[in-house]
Structure formats: C-alpha cells, structure tokens
Design a protein around this ligand. Structure first.
Ligand code: SF4
Ligand code: SF4
Length: 370
C-alpha cells in the first residue's frame, strides 16, 4: 500500500480508501470482516457517507481496539434517524446525528468533520445561517474534530469554500467522464459539473493550498466500467479509473465503494497490478477534443531515453504556473530536468493525447530559467 501525507497534518493516508455507500449489501458480520481485512491490508481511510445506518456499528466493533489505525470522514448533514440516509441542514438534527455516528463508531473524536454535500450557493448560505460550519469549527477548537472537510461536486462552490481558508480536505468526484463531460455527452448526469479546464484548475488550487482530495465516484457509479453505459462507448477498468484519479494534483486517496469481500480483494489487487493494467491512456483515443494537446501526467510516453519523468515534470510545471511555490522547489530538486530533453520525439509519437512534448519541454526550460 502506498500512503500520501495530508498537507496540513501528519496523517499518512492510504491511496486506496473505502466508501460506505454500497457496503450495506453485506451482513453486519461480513462488514466487520471486510473492515478487518481492509485494515490488515493497509487501508486506513474510510468515508462514512453511508446510504444506511447499518455499517456504523459494524465499523465500530471492527476498530474498537485500533482506533488509531484508521481515519474517518464524518458528514455533518448526513442523518440516519430513520435507518436510511437523509440530508439535513437543521443544526439540532446535525448534532444528534453526529453524536449518534460517533457513539456507533465507538469513538470520541472525528478525524475529518465534513461540511456535507453542498453544490449550490443557496445550500452554502443555508448551512452557514444554520450555524453548521461554526459548529464544526467549535468542535475543532475543542479537539473533537481534527480537520475540516467539504464534500461537493461543483468547482465553483468548492472555490467559495476554499476562499474561507478552513479546509484541509475536499471530497470531490473525479473520473474521465466527469472531467470531459462535454465531449462525453454527459449532460444528463448532474454530477458532471464544470469544464475540464475549470476542474483541473480546482485540482491544482487544492494542491497549491495544501488541501487534500479524497475522490468519490471514480468509476462514475460503475457506468465507466461497462461499454454499454460508458458515455465514451468504451469500458475502462477499475484500476485505470483509480490511477487516473491518483494522477490528479491534490489527490490523496480514491474511495471505492465495496459491496462485499470479493470487491475489496479486487480493489486491493490494485497494489500488485502491472503498470499496463493501470495505464488509462486509451482515453486519449476516444475522449475528447478537450483532451487534445494537454498533458494528463499519465506517463504512457515512457520510457524517455534521457531519463525524464515526463508526467511529473509537466505536473510540477502546471502547478508552479498556478502559484504553487512548493511545486517549483520540487521541480528544482528533480535529478533530471527539462534541460536534459534531447528532442528525440519519442514522447510525441507515443502520446495518446497528442501533446507536443518536445515544444513543451522547451517551454518548461524557459519558464524555470526565467
Ligand atoms: S505527454 Fe502524453 S503520454 Fe506523456 S505524460 Fe503527458 S499526456 Fe501522458
Ligand atoms: S522528446 Fe525529450 S522528453 Fe520526450 S522522450 Fe525525447 S528526450 Fe524524453
């Protein structure tokens, strides 16, 4: 298992995380066993926006003697009073629900306290007015909440909350179909929000400002895994989708919604998958006009005879241009920089996204030597 450090904290977060939206398909006993196997195999990050109340007590039993081994995202606005998920902006209901969630999980602290699922400016105004953000901040001041997060699908809304300067984590939906929604003819999916440029800018802003991203809907609710439902008319694999999300700036972990032990084992095998199994560059052949000419850091163009890590160099360049000073330092510390490009053109001929990397490397040299 690989781990990525939370920029504003010491937490080392597993790149594979677990979402709870589908796990109720298993019995409570099976959920405990799934949780146990996940932790034993190095997964330490769990989102608790469950579609039912059922997993909470099972998770609580599974982590009873190893609370320090896991991180939970708890949502201030998810309500389980009826036994099923409900969305609330009522402060008293939020308080009752959070207390219930903590009790069921047998914990007295919350690793990530989330402003839950807001996509509209009106929703943001109503939870501010209701005092929910203030309540999360108060719990943070008391040490009950360790970090504040936000779950949303809307770049514009996320930007407004980023402006408040309170976030350490963002839960955001990232997959090729949502990123290239226009090209994918995905108007009917209300979660595919924002142009590719706007979405990429958001990922870069998160990285620049030290806000980690936990990824939801990496498979677009399973639609991308089947040619019949994929908006591209071509299926991708789970591993391609996970790698796609992990390559985006700011991303710390990808939350897969497992239904049972077989799902967990298959997701865990991502750690042993060959690079070819994770290579998602095929999307360059059917996506998107929007994707042409823009590096997505996939490194399908490797190997470079001069030893350049083409994807990483491009990522640092894009981040540095959007104001990330750390990215500039990371670039300067690379053993092999853009200057070493011998303009052989191998990457140009291999790139499925038709990036003119020979020209781009010259541009990168000029930028960092300016
Ligand atoms: S140049 Fe093309 S193949 Fe290479 S990392 Fe960028 S997008 Fe991927
Ligand atoms: S053109 Fe430059 S970056 Fe691309 S493969 Fe050749 S040496 Fe490497």
């Amino acid at each position: 298992m690989q781990y990525r450090k939370l920029p504003k904290g010491a937490e080392q977060i597993s790149v594979l995380g677990i979402g709870t939206s589908s796990i109720q398909a298993s019995s409570e006993k099976e959920i405990e066993e799934i949780m146990d196997a996940a932790i034993e195999n190095g997964i330490n990050f769990f989102d608790m926006a469950s579609s039912e109340a059922k997993p909470f007590a099972a998770y609580g039993r599974a982590i009873k003697d190893r609370r320090d081994k896991v991180y939970f995202q708890i949502h201030f606005g998810a309500n389980y009073e009826t036994g099923a998920y409900g969305w609330t902006t009522n402060l008293d209901t939020v308080k009752r629900s959070v207390d219930w969630q903590m009790k069921a999980l047998q914990t007295d602290y919350i690793d990530f306290g989330f402003i839950h699922c807001i996509d509209e400016p009106a929703d943001l105004r109503s939870i501010e007015k209701a005092g929910i953000i203030r309540y999360i901040e108060e719990l943070k001041e008391k040490g009950v909440v360790r970090h504040i997060g936000l779950s949303s699908h809307t770049p514009e809304l996320v930007s407004k909350v980023l402006d408040m300067g309170i976030l350490d984590m963002l839960m955001f939906s990232i997959n090729p179909a949502y990123d290239y929604a226009d090209a994918a003819d995905y108007e009917t999916d209300s979660y595919a929000i924002g142009s590719v440029a706007e979405r990429m800018e958001l990922y870069r802003r998160c990285e620049t400002e030290g806000v980690g991203i936990s990824v939801m809907k990496a498979f677009s609710g399973g639609q991308l895994l089947d040619a019949k439902t994929s908006p591209f008319g071509r299926a991708l694999t789970e591993y391609q989708c996970i790698q796609y999300a992990l390559d985006k700036p700011g991303v710390l972990t990808v939350l897969s919604g497992v239904r049972n032990m077989a799902d967990l084992k298959r997701i865990l095998d991502f750690c042993n998958a060959m690079p070819e199994e994770k290579d998602y560059s095929v999307i360059g052949s059917f996506a998107p006009q929007d994707a042409t000419g823009k590096c997505v850091y996939c490194n399908h163009c490797q190997p470079c005879p001069a030893g350049l890590d083409v994807g990483l160099i491009n990522k640092y360049y894009d981040l540095a241009r959007s104001g990330d000073e750390l990215a500039g330092n990371h670039y300067e510390n690379l053993a092999v920089k853009a200057e070493s490009c011998v303009r052989c053109g191998h990457c140009n001929s291999r790139c499925p996204f038709h990036v003119d990397q020979v020209a781009r490397m010259q541009e990168i040299v000029a930028y960092f030597n300016r």
